[in-house]
Design a protein around this ligand. Structure first.
Ligand SMILES: NC(=O)c1ccc[n+]([C@@H]2O[C@H](COP(=O)([O-])OP(=O)(O)OC[C@H]3O[C@@H](n4cnc5c(N)ncnc54)[C@H](OP(=O)(O)O)[C@@H]3O)[C@@H](O)[C@H]2O)c1
Length: 300
């Protein structure tokens, strides 16, 4: 059954794409963003703008959360003004948060009379907008049954298990972003500094089992050191690494390699790159020499 109305709370990079996809599907969509300017363009394509989270919640059956983290979720949909409107509605948490955080939110939702499912996404806002994201669902079977046809508009859906399981799977995938990006940046910098031409390096890599598609996705940005208009920010990557490290340690794993990647991501954050695309990690791994920065704009 498709709902008569839904709300997207958080219209940042992911939420923009999610809202646009449902609007394009002819659904009634309310949107709320803490900074109103990010939600306003959606009004032009039919979204109902809400100045407050409770305004979006009270008119919607399904509340899709595309917020930074669990703290942001608590401060919006579970804020005091929203709570009276929650009974009978379903909270669908789409951000990347920890499994324990998600289970706590599920309990909170239940105590307030709402249903809860988690539906973290692999893919960026554009992927969601174009219906080719991958959606991992952690939910009771009845909530999965009810909502997966709608979530399927965003791309392929996978039911992973009860709440917490999809959140865990999403962390397992996201630690690969840090691992693959830092490893590729290191090899790219190594090749360049060794005076080896980049093209044969790339050609051999593409033909080998070492290749990951993300290398070519980020190559142009890294070569041009163009990290504006992010697909996914350095800040949120650090958040995901920290969530993964806490969980991996609890599970008895040795995430030493990721600790190294974390240092790089943290240094990117602390050097003013928090809001940039995560391809900016190359600036930490392979810093552009200061003298060259001023006079030499040759790409890598
Ligand atoms: N971008 C991607 O490709 C992608 C893909 C899959 C999953 N994710 C996950 O999806 C979530 C959103 O990511 P994003 O890339 O869309 O991030 P983003 O562009 O930075 O957007 C974050 C959103 O959260 C809101 N927010 C943050 N703190 C808040 C608070 N305390 N109260 C109310 N609203 C708050 C922001 O509002 P303001 O605009 O007012 O700051 C914005 O709407 C994250 O968990 C991320 O890890 C992202």
């Amino acid at each position: 059954m498709l709902p008569t109305s839904l709300a997207v709370l958080g219209t940042g990079l992911l939420g923009q794409g999610v809202a646009r996809r449902f609007l394009a599907g002819g659904l009634s969509v309310a949107v709320y963003n803490r900074s109103p300017a990010k939600a306003e363009p959606l009004a032009a394509i039919g979204a109902r703008l809400s100045a407050t989270p409770e305004g979006a919640v009270e008119t919607s059956d399904l509340l899709l959360l595309c917020l930074s983290d669990a703290a942001a979720v608590r401060q919006t949909v579970f804020s005091e003004p929203c709570r009276p409107h929650l009974p009978g509605r379903t909270v669908c948490q789409m951000g990347t948060i920890g499994p324990d955080e998600s289970r706590e939110l599920a309990e909170l939702a239940s105590s307030l009379g709402a249903r809860y499912l988690e539906a973290p996404v692999l893919g960026n806002g554009k992927d969601a907008e174009e219906g080719r994201a991958q959606v991992m669902i952690g939910a009771e079977p009845e909530d999965h049954q009810r909502w997966h046809p709608l979530l399927g508009l965003l791309g392929r859906c996978f039911w992973i298990g009860p709440v917490g399981k999809a959140a865990a799977l999403k962390l397992a995938l996201n630690q690969l972003i840090a691992a693959e990006t830092t490893a590729f940046a290191l090899s790219l910098g190594f090749v360049r500094r060794s005076g080896v031409p980049v093209e044969p390096f790339l050609e051999i890599l593409r033909q080998s089992s070492l290749y990951c598609p993300t290398f070519d996705k980020k190559l142009a940005r890294m070569r041009e050191r163009n990290f504006a208009s992010p697909n996914f920010s350095v800040r949120l990557l650090l958040k995901d690494i920290d969530l993964f490290l806490a969980e991996a340690t609890r599970l008895g794993l040795r995430p030493d390699a990721l600790e190294g990647a974390r240092t790089i991501v943290r240094d990117a954050m602390e050097s003013g790159r928090a809001a940039l695309d995560y391809s900016a990690l190359i600036d930490v791994v392979d810093p552009p020499p200061k003298s060259e920065l001023a006079k030499d704009t040759r790409p890598i």
